[in-house]
Structures are given as structure tokens and as C-alpha cells.
Ligand binder design. Structure first.
Ligand code: NAD
Length: 349
């Protein structure tokens, strides 16, 4: 993408970027994170300026008008492109779907502007990418950003939309100590735990390893619950036994996939698997684990089996792609019913 003459002219008068923060990517997570960040920054210093940007302009417009309703004095603008968002602010946060979008936003938007800014402005710029994406892509983007003189961290999150809304996210940060220290106060306005995992890419490495465990665990919990129910066990009794035994994990004691198995809690299965972590995102994260494991020469047979199962589920039941990934239980249930029908000779194999 070529930098327009208008933008190049604007570079000469690009101050005061120091008081401004740009947030690019106002989806399910980004919307909540930007809202917390801006409202807290506004409370700290009401001369702060905010810029929002999304590929769907209506998302940014509606964010702005909602924010203005609650904070009428706020200075909040919509940037039409990541270039404009970079010109406007010294702190740039991105929360995008995955590697292709991060490559596009940084290579076509943010980095070309950083290369053209006066040195003092480039040196004071911090890019924080909260997207869950490929480790090697994140490292190469960070290398290009730091070559301009700016700082960058990868800071993927754990905690989901609920954590984003409540500002209780965990940020898993990869980057230099200096970049981490620069990012920490901003991240603390959106989350509770800000963990420096190591150099560039380390935050993503930690996030991908965690989601590898989670993706496998949710499937085996679905398998155990389905098997137990077939053996005649009450789902609430079975959940209570496993939750207080060596099989305990988040997938059974919090994100249990069987309705009424956790009477005192309200996991996504109680809302037809709405409102959790989408199966399509879990499939993406299992793919990220496979990629990085192949690069590292590390066997992940269970991870690969889990990736194949989520892929099959989304192919056969596309309606489950946007539902919580615990809906893999529904897919296992459907498979069991199909097998039973074949066994009874109701349908041919
Ligand atoms: P989302 O799809 O809801 O939001 C992504 C946003 O980015 C959308 O608004 C989209 O329009 C925008 N976008 C896409 N391309 C763009 C571009 N080129 N320029 C500007 N904007 C662009 O996704 P989400 O659920 O908010 O997740 C974001 C990231 O956070 C993903 O990497 C996901 O894996 C990770 N994550 C999500 C959750 C969750 O529970 N949703 C939890 C932890 C981590």
C-alpha cells in the first residue's frame, strides 16, 4: 500500500502523538479491552486522546459513539487505516484474528509510517500486539518494527471475553525488558497478571502451549463425560468425582460440557454453548501449535489428533464453529448416535 500525500504531509505535524493511544481491531476481545483502557486512561488524565480503527468501519464508529455517550468530554477519533492510527499515536495496540491480518496491518500500514516518522517520534513509539498468531510471524514483524527504532512486544491474552470485560486478563509478554517495562502500565489497565515470558515470541510460545493443553483436555473431558453417562452415571455425580480426583482440570470443573453437570456454575453449555471461546479459534490455536512444533521438531501426537477432531467437527457441523469449543461434546454425542444407528441397522455404514 502506498502512503498517500495527505499522510506524508501529516507526518510533519504528527505531534502530540505522546498523549494518544491507538487501538486497531475492535472485535469481541478488542472492543472490551479498548473500552477499559480508554476509560481508565481518561480517568487518569482527561487530556488523553484515543484513536480506534477496524477493517469494518462501523465497528470503530459505534465504539466511538458508545464511548462518547459515557465520557462526553473524551477526545476519541476514528482512523480509517492503520497508517492513520500510527500517525496519531505513540502507543499502538493491535488485537487481530491471526497471522495474515497482523502481517497486513504491520507491513502495509504501521511499519511504512514508522520508517517515515522523525527519529524522535519513532524512538518513542511502542507497538503491542495482543493477537494469538504464529511465533515466527510475530518475531519477524517485531524485528522489522525494532529496526525502525520503535519498541514492540507480543502480548497475547488468557481469560477470554469475560476477562477482557472485567479487565482481569493475563498478558503473556514476549520482548526485551525495556519494551516490557514500557508496555506494563498500559497492559495493567486491561488485565490483572502481566507476565514477562522472555524475548520476542515467548509470550506467544507460552500462550500456544497453554492452549495445546486446553484443546486436548476439553476433548478428553467430553469423552469421559459421554462414556460415564453411557455407563449410567449421573453427570453431576461424575463431574463432582473427577473434579475432586486426579482428573480435575478447568475443562471439567469450570467449562464442563454437559448441561446441569455443574449446578452451581453457568458454563457455556447452559446457554447452548454461546459466549465462550469459539471452536474456530481453538482450531486456529491447535494449528499454531502444530506449526511451531514442526519447526521445533517436537512431537505432539495428542495435539495433532485434537486438531484433526476440531477440524472434522467444524466441517461436519459448521454451526459449532462459533460456539464454545466445549461443544466438541455435542460432536462426540452425534458420532455416538450415528454409530448406534449403524449398529441397529437403521442406517447403512
Ligand atoms: P474477532 O474476530 O472478534 O475480532 C477481530 C477484529 O479485527 C474484527 O473486528 C475485525 O474486523 C478486525 N480486523 C480484521 N482484519 C483487520 C485489519 N486488516 N485491520 C483492522 N481491523 C481488522 O476476534 P477476537 O475474538 O476479538 O480475537 C482476537 C484475538 O484474540 C485472536 O487472535 C484470538 O485468538 C485471541 N483470543 C480470543 C479470545 C476469545 O475468547 N475470543 C480469547 C483469547 C485470545
Amino acid at each position: 500500500m502506498k502512503t498517500s500525500l495527505r499522510l506524508l504531509n501529516a507526518i510533519g505535524r504528527a505531534s502530540p502523538r505522546s498523549q494518544s493511544t491507538s487501538f486497531i481491531g475492535l472485535g469481541r476481545m478488542g472492543h472490551e479491552m479498548a473500552y477499559n483502557l480508554f476509560s481508565k486512561q481518561f480517568a487518569q488524565a482527561n487530556e488523553s486522546e484515543f484513536v480506534v480503527c477496524d477493517a469494518i468501519p462501523e465497528c470503530a464508529q459505534s465504539f466511538r459513539s458508545n464511548f462518547m455517550k459515557q465520557y462526553p468530554g473524551a477526545k476519541i477519533n476514528v482512523a480509517n487505516t492503520p497508517e492513520e492510527a500510527t500517525l496519531a499515536s505513540q502507543t499502538i495496540i493491535t488485537m487481530l484474528p491471526s497471522s495474515p491480518q497482523v502481517l497486513s496491518v504491520y507491513n502495509n500500514g504501521i511499519i511504512p509510517i514508522l520508517r517515515k516518522l522523525p527519529t524522535d517520534q519513532t524512538h518513542n513509539t511502542l507497538c503491542v500486539d495482543c493477537t494469538t498468531l504464529d511465533v515466527d510471524v510475530a518475531r519477524s514483524v517485531t524485528k522489522d518494527v525494532t529496526e525502525t527504532g520503535s519498541q514492540m512486544v507480543d502480548a497475547p491474552v488468557s481469560g477470554g471475553v469475560t476477562g477482557a470485560k472485567a479487565a482481569t486478563l493475563a498478558f503473556l509478554v514476549g520482548g526485551t525488558i525495556a519494551a516490557f517495562k514500557q508496555a506494563q502500565p498500559t497492559l495493567a489497565l486491561m488485565g490483572q497478571r502481566i507476565i514477562h515470558c522472555g524475548p520476542s515470541g515467548a509470550g506467544l510460545g507460552a500462550k500456544i502451549c497453554n492452549n495445546l493443553v486446553l484443546g486436548v483436555q476439553q476433548i478428553v473431558v467430553g469423552e469421559a463425560m459421554l462414556l460415564g453417562i453411557k455407563l449410567g452415571l449421573d453427570p453431576a455425580v461424575l463431574s463432582s468425582v473427577i473434579s475432586s480426583s486426579t482428573g480435575n482440570c478447568w475443562s471439567i470443573s469450570v467449562n464442563n460440557p454437559v448441561p446441569r453437570a455443574l449446578p452451581e456454575k453457568s458454563p457455556p453449555c447452559e446457554r447452548d454453548y454461546e459466549g465462550g471461546f469459539a471452536s474456530a479459534l481453538m482450531l486456529k490455536d491447535m494449528g499454531l501449535a502444530s506449526n511451531v512444533a514442526a519447526m521445533a521438531g517436537c512431537p505432539i501426537p495428542l495435539g495433532q489428533a485434537a486438531e484433526a477432531l476440531y477440524a472434522q467437527m467444524i466441517e461436519e457441523q459448521p454451526e459449532l464453529a462459533r460456539k464454545d469449543f466445549s461443544s466438541v461434546y455435542k460432536f462426540l454425542q452425534k458420532t455416538a448416535e450415528e454409530r448406534k444407528a449403524v449398529k441397529l441397522g437403521v442406517v447403512s455404514p
